[in-house]
Design a protein around this ligand. Structure first.
Ligand code: NAI
Ligand code: MG
Length: 355
């Protein structure tokens, strides 16, 4: 099968980890005679903005629309405010292409220690489904009476039945495919008394079609604590845009840090391209040194292969990362090693073979 990929390396460590991602794609082609990628790279980043006054060309989204998938490195540089760089490139892509699922696996890889050392290794393996198109990040609101004692800011949350149902249905269908058969929904209906009771009602409605799945609805504050104290009970966690965002950084922290954490921005219907990227940003503090951890980017390609229907390739990628971690000879400084991005990437790619 042939797949077209739009690669946007971005800024800072983005291009450094993307290089390893592109090698992963090459390795997949070598191993699997039936898969072919055609890859076009786009230099849409903060340098592009400084030259052209925008993050991507006027017809950027039309260009991307024709690809099967989008692979992103990371966006953001000190020279351009974040509300421009991140919000004028990543957000339009997520929303225009109805990537309403932000999928973030929280899995402790074999060969790594979690900061939660009192937990058994297999206890840390769940997935967070974050709503990715509406909710708290609505852009509806404003400020009035600025510079007066009456100054105020209002931001509306937008929860549509359509948008809420589709993310919760997706989360249940994922729970059906996993082993623990549990779904945990994040809420705050004791404090946010319109949108969150609505969210809870829809969870309960959808749950009726999934009698084999145990459903728990927890307030976000308590759920944050459960991430630390009872992560073994979690299997699929579903949350609104804001709650999912916060929970996934917490999730990344309990399984080893941002250099490891991948994500998929998914349009399940495949009407539009989905986008796969590390959770981390452009890391200006280590950019240019060649020491960024490439695992988040390489793992994001595993999520991409799963989305494209090649689970055996997806599993091979994660297995190969784990083999290298278990051997413990090669790793980047964030994991206590001394190796470069490309040495770590190469070790993983050499490990990738079908037995
Ligand atoms: P960041 O994720 O870039 O860095 C946070 C910390 O994690 C830094 O100490 C960094 O060195 C470390 N880190 C991140 N990725 C790593 C990797 N692969 N290997 C080793 N260490 C790694 O977050 P920060 O500093 O808040 O943001 C930097 C820029 O990135 C900002 O402009 C921000 O807006 C942007 N950003 C972009 C995102 C995206 O492209 N989706 C997501 C998050 C932030
Ligand atoms: Mg975040």
């Amino acid at each position: 099968k042939h797949f077209s990929i739009a690669a946007i390396p971005g800024d800072g460590i983005g291009p450094e980890v993307m290089e390893e991602g592109l090698k992963t794609l090459k390795r997949i082609e070598e191993l699997h005679g039936g898969i072919h990628f055609s890859i076009d790279a786009f230099d849409w980043n903060c340098d592009y903005y400084l030259k052209h006054g925008k993050m991507m060309p006027e017809n950027g989204l039309e260009i991307l629309r024709d690809y099967d998938v989008i692979l992103l490195g990371a966006i953001g540089a000190p020279s351009v405010p974040d509300h421009i760089s991140v919000w004028e490139l990543i957000l339009p892509i997520r929303r225009t292409f109805q990537q309403y699922i932000n999928l973030r696996p929280i899995k402790l890889l074999r060969g790594l220690d979690s900061p939660l050392r009192y937990k058994a290794h297999d206890d840390l393996d769940f997935v967070v489904v974050r709503e990715n198109t509406e909710g708290e990040y609505s852009n509806m609101g404003g400020r009035i009476h600025e510079n007066t004692p009456f100054e105020l800011a209002v931001q509306n949350n937008v929860f549509t039945r359509y948008g809420t149902e589709r993310v919760i249905k997706y989360a249940y269908s994922l729970a059906e495919k996993r082993t623990k058969k549990r779904l945990t929904a994040a809420t705050k209906s004791n404090g946010i008394n319109h949108s969150m009771p609505f969210w809870d009602e829809i969870v309960k409605e959808v749950s009726r079609n999934h009698p084999s799945i145990r459903t728990d609805i927890y307030h976000i504050d308590a759920l944050a604590a459960y991430f630390i104290t009872r992560p073994e009970e979690l299997d699929v966690v579903v949350g609104s845009n804001l709650f999912g965002d916060i929970l996934t950084d917490l999730g990344a922290a309990i399984v080893g840090g941002l250099g490891l954490a991948p994500s998929g921005n998914i349009n399940p219907e495949k009407t539009y391209p989905s986008m796969f990227e590390p959770i981390h940003g452009s890391a200006p503090d280590i950019a240019g040194k060649g020491i960024a951890n490439p695992i988040a980017q390489i793992w994001s390609i595993s999520l991409m292969m799963e989305h494209l229907g090649f689970s055996e390739v997806a599993d091979l990628i994660v297995d190969s990362i784990e083999e290298v971690l278990l051997e413990g000879k090669v790793s980047t400084p964030d994991l206590g090693g001394k190796n470069t991005t490309s040495e770590f990437g190469s070790a993983i790619h050499e490990q990738m073979t079908f037995k």
